[in-house]
Design a protein around this ligand. Structure first.
Ligand code: F6R
Length: 290
């Protein structure tokens, strides 16, 4: 097995001041931002892009997030499957991440989430579904195998992302190297606090580690969409679009991606500056280019 660089990040980034200055890259590609009036419209816009990708290439490879944000997207894709015959049978699914230490049937595991919220309700082919194994004996080997599994099918066509309040994508917390590949990581304190809601509010129950696709793995996707809703994400979105490209805000790297679209509700977009290129393609939706 070829060795893949592993970055083991501690998530306690509270004392930034004492850290060496992060690398900052200037310049980048233009970023498309779709602002939907509400969560439902946001989810439907995202679902259209996913469906278009499947129609364009039936055996497309997807990276998929969990959490609160994509629930509406998955519900809309299920509707499209049931009512419009959207066919998932040849599609490859790769989850962005999974907690280390949770069995697949644990209700807060990402395995459980994905089958419960999505896979059980559409015609995915089980052996085309990939989620890192949280109980793997050797998480580093599991992560390296996962990275190779993505490569073997030709890389990700469409990466679907959520975003943490600290700008994490996947579980790539602040300070993650942009060159990182799939590997075991430590969750940041803020992420543990935010995700306690999926563990009946019990912070202690949230695993401290996960296996996550790396920034490089995500950036190698041919196309990326990032979904965010709610004012609690608005500052991370501001930093993603207008901030410097820095490893302190992992999502800022998306400024360097050639085909990245943010799909937001109004609340998540509330800190964005008006775009000189803004136009209004349809009711309830504005598209801006930065
Ligand atoms: C989870 C993932 C994370 C979440 C992010 C936002 O698979 O990749 O980056 O997308 O933590 O989570 P929610 O949507 O719960 O706010």
């Amino acid at each position: 097995m070829p060795s893949i660089p592993t970055v083991m990040e501690r998530g306690d980034y509270e004392d930034y001041e004492s850290l060496p200055k992060p690398r900052t890259i200037k310049g980048g590609e233009s970023m498309r931002v779709i602002v939907a009036d509400d969560y439902e419209i946001m989810s439907k816009e995202a679902a259209k892009i996913v469906a278009d990708q499947i129609r364009k290439r039936r055996d497309s490879v997807f990276a998929l997030p969990t959490g609160g944000t994509p629930v509406g997207l998955y519900a809309e894709l299920i509707r499209m499957h049931k009512e419009e015959g959207l066919d998932f049978s040849r599609v490859f699914m790769f989850n962005l991440d999974e907690y280390i230490g949770l069995p697949e049937d644990h209700e807060s595991s990402y395995h459980f989430y994905m089958y419960d919220k999505f896979f059980n309700h559409v015609n995915v082919t089980r052996d085309k579904v990939h989620i890192p194994h949280g109980l793997a004996e050797d998480p580093e080997e599991e992560a390296a195998d996962y990275e190779w599994a993505i490569k073997r099918v030709g890389g990700i066509d469409l990466g679907v992302l959520g975003i943490g309040r600290n700008g994490h994508i996947g579980f790539n917390e602040p300070k993650t190297e942009f060159g990182s590949s799939t590997r075991p990581i430590y969750l940041a304190k803020r992420t543990i606090e935010a995700n306690a809601r999926f563990f009946e509010g019990d912070h202690e129950a949230v695993p401290r580690r996960a296996i996550s696709m790396g920034i490089r793995t995500i950036m190698n996707s041919r196309k990326i969409i990032l979904l965010a809703n709610g004012t609690e994400k608005s500052h991370a979105i501001y930093q993603t679009v207008h901030g410097p490209v820095t490893e302190m805000v992992p999502s800022s790297v998306l400024q360097l991606h050639p085909d990245c679209t943010l799909i937001l509700d109004k609340d998540a977009a509330c800190e964005l500056e008006p775009s000189p290129n803004g136009f209004v393609p349809g009711r309830g939706i504005r598209t801006m280019v930065y």
